[in-house]
Each structure stands twice: as structure tokens, then as C-alpha cells.
Design a protein around this ligand. Structure first.
Ligand SMILES: C[S@@+](CC[C@H](N)C(=O)[O-])C[C@H]1O[C@@H](n2cnc3c(N)ncnc32)[C@H](O)[C@@H]1O
Length: 269
């Protein structure tokens, strides 16, 4: 294990999902192992950076929708990623400065950058915790959660580009359910998920490259998302659709299937 001497908790010798994604988005917070995996995956899917941007753009549209149209004022963002353009609090607090956001990520590098860069409006609040989606109870019991979110009021639960790191055997929908069970009626769940539905051979090749670097990349279908992750929720228009086609700003995309992610938002009744 090769460590950054200034950060003994960060191993830069192996690829990390947040840093690979940062590389695709044109960020600077990545290391050779991250770039090597990022490039290996670009070899099989050359448009991956554009797909990452499409995913990120959905995050912005989703948070804008939830704040401006659904009236949500607090967010629980699991799998925050390294700060880049259009962070959740920036989009939300632009609509309503009193929005409160709890950011959760399991990568210490993400949290270091987030704490340094993501400052709340004076009216609102942002908190950052090191937490693991696989331990949803620990997230819910973390003191920062009660300090940031009022669980008697609706919450926007954001799970954008995170659930693909878990196989079906791990049953990630159980963790999603645990989190949703703690949120009141009128809360929302926003999801994007990459999928082999768009191009099975390309997805499998990219997943194989990620697997060699120790990162799981599981596909889920539209049916998996609707029937499992969104089970018991009311999916808002336009449903679970290709990420580029979810309430696009301006003109509809020429080819909505050009980014291999499903996207959707659902409301807890
Ligand atoms: C592809 S990035 C997505 C970032 C952001 N949500 C977005 O869509 O722009 C995935 C993020 O999930 C985080 N992550 C991966 N596994 C996690 C886990 N078990 N618990 C919490 N965060 C995790 C990674 O560290 C990374 O920051």
C-alpha cells in the first residue's frame, strides 16, 4: 500500500471510485492508479467522460426539481464525490438559501476536500461525514445527522451513481430501505444507475476493467430500479428514463441513449 505521507489514511496506489470519476470530469484530485483505470474504461467506452458529465448534470436538475418544484429543503447525499461544479448545496441553496445538506462519503479524500470547499449559506447548513452506505444505521445515528436534518420534515435522499458498486448478492436495496424508513412521507429518492441495458458488451468490458482494479461495477435494469429500489414509492414524471432524457434543460437530447445510465426520482407516499 502506497500512502500519501501527508494523509496516512489515503491509499493512492489503488484506484478509488471517487477519483476515477473526478478524472473523467476533468478534475485534478486523482492519482496514476485512478487515471490508469479511468483510461482502461475509456478504451472500451470512449464517451465515458461525457456520460459522467451527463450523470452530474442530472444531479443538478434533480436537486433543482426537488427544491424548486417539490419544496424539499433538506438533503441526505450518499456518495457525494469530490467537490466539482454543481454540488448539491449550491444548487439547492440557490433556490432556497435555508436548505440543509448532510453529505456522506466513505472516501476520506472526498471529505477533506468537501470540508475545505463546500461552505453553506449563512441561512442554511452543510455537514460532511465519513460514512458507509453499507452501514445505514450508523449514518442515521451519527450526531451530525440530527444537527443537520429534521427527520419530521421531507428529505431528498440522493443516491446518484453509487449503487452500482454493490452486487445483487449484497442486496443494496436493504440499505436504501433502511434509510427511507427513517424519512417521513413526502420524502424523495433520486437515483442514477449505469446499466448494460444500453450496450451489454461495452458495459461488461468496462465492468471487467473495473473488476481487475478491485472495483465492482454492477448493472441494473430499468425493471430492477422500478421494482426494487423504487418499490413502494411513487415515481415522478417522466419515470425511470435514460439520464439524458430526464427533464432535460432546453431541447431534448438528439440521442437520449448516448449515456448508459438510468435516472429517476420517486416520492415516499
Ligand atoms: C461516481 S461518484 C458519484 C459522485 C456524485 N454522487 C455524483 O454523481 O456526481 C461515487 C461516490 O460514491 C462514493 N462511495 C462508494 N462506495 C461508497 C460507500 N460504500 N459508502 C459511501 N460512499 C461510497 C465514492 O467515494 C464516490 O465519491
Amino acid at each position: 500500500m502506497s500512502l500519501d505521507p501527508s494523509r496516512p489514511d489515503i491509499d493512492v496506489s489503488v484506484a478509488h471510485s471517487a477519483r476515477v470519476y473526478d478524472y473523467w470530469l476533468g478534475g485534478k484530485d486523482n492519482f496514476p492508479a485512478d487515471r490508469a483505470l479511468g483510461e482502461a474504461m475509456i478504451e472500451v467506452i470512449p464517451t465515458l467522460p461525457a456520460m459522467a458529465r451527463a450523470n452530474r448534470a442530472f444531479l443538478g436538475r434533480a436537486v433543482h426539481y426537488l427544491t424548486a418544484e417539490a419544496g424539499v429543503r433538506q438533503f441526505l447525499d450518499i456518495g457525494t464525490g469530490i467537490p466539482t461544479a454543481g454540488n448539491v448545496h449550491e444548487v439547492a441553496q440557490k433556490v432556497a438559501p435555508d436548505c440543509r445538506i448532510l453529505y456522506v462519503d466513505h472516501d476520506p479524500l472526498v471529505l477533506t476536500h468537501a470540508r475545505a470547499l463546500m461552505t453553506s449559506t449563512p441561512e442554511g447548513r452543510t455537514e460532511f461525514i465519513l460514512g458507509d452506505l453499507r452501514e445505514p444505521e450508523a449514518i442515521l445515528e451519527h450526531p451530525a445527522l440530527a444537527k443537520t436534518l429534521d427527520l419530521s420534515q421531507p428529505v431528498g435522499l440522493i443516491m446518484v451513481a453509487i449503487l452500482m458498486y454493490f452486487t445483487d448478492a449484497e442486496q443494496p436495496q436493504r440499505w436504501v430501505s433502511t434509510l427511507l424508513d427513517a424519512l417521513p412521507s413526502g420524502s424523495y429518492l433520486a437515483i442514477t444507475h449505469p446499466s448494460a441495458d444500453f450496450d451489454r458488451a461495452a458495459f461488461d468490458a468496462a465492468a471487467a476493467a473495473a473488476g481487475q482494479a478491485g472495483i465492482t461495477l454492477a448493472s441494473r435494469s430499468k425493471v430492477d430500479i422500478e421494482g426494487s429500489l423504487f418499490a413502494g414509492l411513487d415515481v415522478v414524471d417522466p419515470g425511470v428514463v435514460p439520464v439524458l432524457g430526464w427533464r432535460p434543460d432546453g431541447e431534448p437530447p438528439a440521442d437520449p441513449n448516448a449515456a448508459y445510465y438510468w435516472a429517476g426520482i420517486a416520492r415516499k407516499p
